[in-house]
Ligand binder design. Structure first.
Ligand code: SF4
Length: 357
């Protein structure tokens, strides 16, 4: 009998093997019918997974024992295994999750007021090399499968009980638009009334500026909020710490954002990391105002969170206040996001799986 989470498999097998959660993006009813399995068995399994958060066929007590074994062999349930939970003093929890091929990813659950947000990973590692990000220093290990993305969300929903998960952000390890197909499939499952019924306005995809992916997302018909990690509105500076800017510069990025805005009913959020003596000077402010000033957007300012092997400096409260003061006349909504979980290396840019020393 297959024991979920125990198999040692290759990346290719991880992507290609059919499993129960990835079947949901196809036609599970047809699959069950072709197998000669009763259709109500599918409803029973869905009820266990999506309403009771039970992720082992062995515990689905209304399924006959022989069917449990059959379905486990043919459609295993792969939920990433929680190896470690780190607890922050602000209530955030960081989950170190082990995948079937022994790669590691992280997800973070962040309570704030009446909201509980789950930050999920879309890749093991990341190939985009943003200089402010611990994940970028690992390099890309591999894409996550649809099941691995959904598995993180199901685990997060179970963990957030008895409260309720209110928001999902694709802002963990990886560039979501570089794993386009699996991210889109996961969104379809999350939003589907038969499964998680998550409203599109409570799901955000964050990109470092993968321009072709933004166009594709706009054309996909999938409704989801978009956040762009901007961090500088000066090409020469952005080139230095976000190498993607060498390929798709600020002008190209803005064209893609405008296209997305035309196709979507949601405003775009720009994230801007405040780094002392680097992204907070007079010329930075002037360029930022010009760049976002004529867009329907929200500007989210994030004080720098330190990571190893980086010389960037976090701003003090006075510097943050002065920076905000300079931007107060902008027409777009302005927020300062105090990162959650920085004492457990779970804040923005700090996720590094088991590679964090
Ligand atoms: S910020 Fe995002 S896109 Fe950039 S290296 Fe980190 S995970 Fe990758």
């Amino acid at each position: 009998m297959i024991v979920p989470g125990k198999q040692k498999i290759t990346e290719k097998a991880a992507v290609k093997n059919l499993d129960f959660l990835s079947l949901l993006t196809e036609n599970p009813e047809e699959y069950f019918e072709a197998k000669g399995w009763k259709k109500y068995r599918l409803r029973q399994i869905l009820n266990w997974i999506f309403n009771k958060f039970v992720f082992s066929y062995d515990k689905m007590t209304d399924l006959p024992a022989d069917f449990r074994e059959t379905v486990n062999n043919e459609l295993p349930l792969y939920i990433p295994k929680t190896e470690k939970i780190s607890y922050s003093s602000d209530g955030s929890k960081k989950y170190l999750l082990k995948l079937r091929d022994e790669e590691y990813i992280e997800s973070v659950l962040m309570p704030a007021g009446d909201k509980i947000t789950l930050c999920v990973s879309s890749q093991a590692g990341c190939g985009r090399q943003c200089q402010f990000c611990a994940t970028g220093k690992i390099g890309l290990k591999r894409q996550l499968t649809t099941s691995e993305i959904i598995g993180q969300i199901l685990s997060g929903m179970k963990e957030s009980l008895p409260g309720k998960l209110t928001n999902i952000v694709y802002m963990g390890m990886g560039e979501p638009l570089d794993n386009f197909e699996n991210v889109i499939k996961s969104l379809k499952i999350i939003q589907n009334d038969k499964y998680l019924k998550f409203s599109p306005r409570r799901i955000t995809i964050s990109t470092c500026g993968a321009v072709p992916g933004i166009f594709k997302l706009a054309d996909s018909g999938i409704k989801v909020k978009l956040a762009v990690s901007l961090n500088s509105a000066i090409n020469a500076k952005r080139n230095k710490f976000m190498p993607i800017n060498l390929k798709y510069d600020l002008e190209e990025l803005k064209k893609a954002v405008r296209y997305y805005l035309r196709k979507s009913k949601f405003r775009v959020t720009f994230e801007y990391i405040m780094i002392k003596n680097f992204t907070m000077g007079k010329e930075d402010i002037k360029a930022l105002k010009k760049y976002v000033g004529d867009l329907s957007c929200k500007l989210n300012l994030i004080p720098w969170n330190s990571i190893e092997e980086s010389d960037f400096i976090a701003p003090g409260e006075k510097e943050i206040d002065d920076f905000l003061d300079e931007l107060k006349n902008l027409s777009c909504a302005l927020t300062v996001r105090r990162s959650k979980g920085d004492d457990i290396a779970a804040a923005c840019g700090q996720l590094a799986g088991k590679y964090q020393k």
